[in-house]
Write a protein that binds this ligand. Structure first.
Ligand SMILES: Cc1cc2nc3c(=O)[nH]c(=O)nc-3n(C[C@H](O)[C@H](O)[C@H](O)COP(=O)(O)OP(=O)(O)OC[C@H]3O[C@@H](n4cnc5c(N)ncnc54)[C@H](O)[C@@H]3O)c2cc1C
Length: 228
């Protein structure tokens, strides 16, 4: 089970901040946070997307598979940044080997689960043997690490990017682990402040909710297709 830890650099009052920044350009009194909040809401409701980019989100995303985070990396709008746990400097063969994600379909099947766990152990044992018996550098034995291995990133992006991401990744067509990760992000951000809770409840939604129809070729049927 992965965890999302929101870092203190994350804007705590995102709607107020949006209004404060927009107020500078409108010659408004930006010392009054009640007015800033109201102005921020106006910006959001008017779809003034650039103002969303002042809201910073920094978080540690830990315990999700390398595969899931490989998909995370495709969301590049607004030039987000991140650091990822090293496969050169961290010794993943220590303490019983690397952690990994077990998909629910495998978890439910005792025989498949046994095979999956044995496979992960075999990869770990071989990585250890490469390093210890054959003196292979860790950066080379790391080529064997599986996509199911759990990893950790420190991520930094803006609200606009996250809203856009929600449209793709809250879609039932998205990979199950990514949907779970996005749900964990929603929960962690909602705990930050009421302003974040409003944003999560009202702006984070699958693309069919935004468009009013499903643009996916293989639809889940939640909304009709455009030509229906
Ligand atoms: C069901 C599903 C299946 C998928 N399958 C695959 C797959 O098989 N292989 C794969 O590689 N990916 C796959 N993806 C990922 C997908 O193709 C996108 O890479 C991912 O959704 C991120 O792109 P984005 O446009 O949504 O977000 P971002 O890259 O964050 O972009 C957000 C918005 O920012 C703007 N923007 C971003 N970059 C630019 C730019 N350079 N120039 C101008 N405007 C820009 C655009 O308006 C864009 O809509 C899949 C996603 C889903 C949900």
């Amino acid at each position: 089970m992965g965890t999302v830890t929101i870092l203190e650099e994350t804007s705590k009052y995102p709607i107020t901040l949006i209004g404060k920044r927009a107020g500078v350009c409108w010659g408004s009194d930006v010392t009054d946070n009640e007015k800033n909040y109201k102005r921020g809401m106006d910006c959001i409701k008017s779809n003034h997307g650039r103002t969303l980019e002042y809201v910073n989100v920094e978080m540690v995303i830990d315990g999700y598979s390398a595969r899931c985070l490989r998909e995370w990396y495709t969301h590049i709008g607004g030039m987000p940044s991140r650091l990822q746990a090293s496969t050169r400097y961290i010794d993943y063969t220590k303490n019983g080997g690397f952690d990994y994600v077990i998909p629910p379909s495998i978890e439910r099947n005792a025989e498949a689960k046994e095979k999956y766990i044995a496979l992960m152990k075999s990869i770990n044992d071989n990585c250890a043997a490469f390093e210890k018996e054959y003196d292979i550098p860790r950066e080379d034995s790391a080529m064997c690490l599986p996509l199911g291995m759990a990893t950790k990133i420190v991520d930094k992006r803006n609200l606009r990017n996250l809203i856009d991401m929600s449209h793709q990744r809250m879609c039932t067509r998205a990979y199950w682990e990514y949907r779970q990760l996005f749900n964990d992000i929603c929960n962690s951000l909602s705990e930050m402040s009421d302003e974040w809770k409003w944003i999560v409840d009202n702006l984070f939604k699958p693309k069919c909710e935004v468009l009013g129809y499903c643009p996916e070729k293989k639809s889940c049927g939640r909304k009709g297709k455009l030509n229906e």
